[in-house]
Unconditional design. Structure first.
Length: 168
C-alpha cells in the first residue's frame, strides 16, 4: 500500500470555505489557500488578494490539497468538490461574483485529467444539477500561496457567518 502523497488543486468559490471542507477529510494531509490559473502579476512576485479581486490577473481562488491516495482516492476528492459548490454558475458562487470565484479543476497529470473529465461527465448526466456545468478542467501550471490571514480562515474565525452558511 503506497504512502506517497499526491497533490490536487481545485477552485470552487471562496477558498476560505473550500479549504475548511477539504481539511476535514480523512487522508488529507494539508490544504493551502491560494491563487491559480492566472497571469503572473506585473513586476513579478506573488499576486495579492487585492490584485486577484480585481479580476485583472485572471487567477481563481483555489486550494491545493495534499492527500494520501491509499486513504482517500482522487475520485473522492472530486465528489467532495462537486458537492460543495455550484459548478453551473459562471464566475460566481452565491453572492461572490468575479472570475476569481470560477469553478476549475487543475489536473497535475494525465490520470487526474482523465478522472476529472469522467467525473464531470457523470455529474452532468446525474440529474442533480439544474443547469449545464461550466467547470473548467485545466492543466496545473502555478500555485501562489495566499496571504497568511487567509490560511485556516474558518478555524480561526468560526463565528464569521459567511463560512458557517457553507460549512455548518
Amino acid at each position: 500500500m503506497s504512502q506517497t502523497k499526491q497533490i490536487a488543486t481545485f477552485a470552487g468559490g471562496c477558498f476560505w470555505c473550500t479549504e475548511a471542507i477539504f481539511k476535514r477529510l480523512n487522508g488529507v494531509a494539508s490544504v493551502t489557500s491560494g491563487y491559480a490559473g492566472g497571469n503572473p502579476p506585473a513586476g513579478g512576485g506573488n499576486p495579492s488578494y487585492e490584485q486577484v479581486s480585481t479580476g485583472a490577473t485572471r487567477h481563481a481562488e483555489a486550494v491545493q490539497v495534499e492527500f494520501n491516495p491509499s486513504v482517500i482516492p482522487y475520485t473522492r476528492l472530486l465528489d467532495v468538490f462537486w458537492a460543495t459548490h455550484d459548478p453551473t454558475t459562471l464566475n460566481q458562487q452565491g453572492a461572490d461574483v468575479g472570475t476569481q470565484y470560477r469553478s476549475v479543476i487543475f489536473y497535475h497529470n494525465e490520470e487526474q485529467k482523465r478522472m476529472a473529465e469522467k467525473s464531470k461527465e457523470e455529474m452532468g448526466k446525474s440529474g442533480k444539477l439544474h443547469d449545464q456545468i461550466v467547470t473548467e478542467i485545466l492543466p496545473f501550471e502555478k500555485f501562489y500561496t495566499a496571504e497568511e490571514y487567509h490560511q485556516n480562515y474558518y478555524d480561526t474565525n468560526r463565528t464569521y457567518p459567511y463560512c458557517r452558511v457553507v460549512i455548518d
